[in-house]
Ligand binder design. Sequence first.
Ligand code: ATP
Ligand code: MG
Length: 505
Amino acid sequence: MAEFLRSSLGPMGMSKLMINKFGDTAVTRDGAVILDMMDIYHPIAKFLKEAAKSVESTVGDGTKTTIILVGELVKRAERLLQSRIQPGVIVSGYKKACEIALGHLKRLSKPFSINDPELMRRIIKNMIGTRGIEGAIDHLTNLIIKAINVVIEFRNGKAIIDRGLVHIIKKPGKDILESELIKGVVIDKRLAHPMMPKKVVNARIAVLDMALKVDPFKHLQPYKREIHISGNELVKRFIDEEDEIEKDFVRLIVSTGANVVVCRKRIGRVAKHEFAKAGVMAVERLLKDERIEPVVRATGAMRVANLQDLREGDLGHADLVEERKFGKDRMVVIEGGKASKVATILLRGDPHQADEAERAIKDAVAMISNLVNEPAYVPGGGAVEEALSIAVRNESLKYPGKEQIAMQAFANSLEVIPILLARNSGLDPTDIITELRAKHVGGMYEYGIDVFSKDIVNVIEAGLIEPLVVKEQVLKTCTEVASTIIRIDDVIDRRYAKRHRGEMP
Ligand SMILES: Nc1ncnc2c1ncn2[C@@H]1O[C@H](COP(=O)(O)OP(=O)(O)OP(=O)(O)O)[C@@H](O)[C@H]1O
Ligand SMILES: [Mg+2]
């Protein structure tokens, strides 16, 4: 896995074309997606995948770095094992090295302030710059910053960003540069009936987890799917009855005071018409929870699955609900009240691009949310890894023989990051590493590789920075996982035991 991901590290890394067993394809450099699409059978590989994904889900970044670093730590441990160093000694050496690295990392970090917009811009740009959406980086960065300004809250002087409040809607087509930010919750549906009001002020919103339509066949299943009705009079009564039921639905809903209806499933023809007549706005067929939940969260509505249970208290509230045109598409926007803290980014562009942009935006928001939570950053572009490598190597000299060797292996492993950043951008890793080491030994620990200018630069000045939490999480997880793997001396896999007549595969 580490070998496979090595060539994808960093902004100049290569993408992978992934095809899953259903034939779905994705072209991506996002470590989490690559891992998701890889069929992994080996139990240790699965364990590694879970660990890397846990890093990504807590801090939103660092998946590839985690796997590559674990690969390096394990590979070097293997060599040490061959020269008869005990696994226990290697593990304790790695753990000591990790502690030294974490301590040094804290000392290298600089405080982050949300009041420094230039810094925030640089961080976001740098983050989404590694994601294969080159032409749109500036535009997306602006959208992300706007979105963050909408959702950010200050409690007791501390900034809080709830990443769940930044929504993304993908509408493939047009150009990714035409993506835009909308304040409020957006439902990607047009109104259920053209005669409905396009705009409702002081909205009282009913969220229905059901269909507003009579399905006479539904109750017959699974026994019978046909009803025979003969005679004109009976047919007419049957249809009228259906219509009456739908009219009753509408009367009931309107009587609670609702003027907007958000319906998970279909709304019947008659019900739509009745809603329109009553001046009620309705959208139907949201189907998915991920479309309904934002509405519920932003309006305080209660989801109701049985109309008899609908009460005035279940209705959600918003200052304004309006159907708006976005290019050729019409969508419903909910504004005001709690929804005023929600930002929706409407993504355009070709589907692959939009997918990649969606993930990049989510990760960038996660990163900024991490940064306001624990406001510190460290130099990127391989600088911090080089600095830690040197710190661990120096410190290791204080420890006895074999442990010292393990600590040095840890120090050497860290250098894999600057080495790969250099190699993936076409630079000669040996030249770069010697130059980088020389700079760092001379105390210039803010120097790293800028793969775009292909030079060793002061990365903080160049804006190549990373949240402290990401690097901390990566170091901790890598040491943990590598230690566990080193301590395993056998894998017993009983899945195929029967087929192989009890033999171990
Ligand atoms: N312009 C740049 N020049 C050099 N290095 C960079 C630059 N931009 C980012 N990096 C470095 O690239 C590395 C991150 O690469 P990448 O985002 O591909 O991997 P990841 O974060 O481990 O995985 P993923 O983002 O898929 O979860 C970091 O070490 C970062 O400092
Ligand atoms: Mg990354």
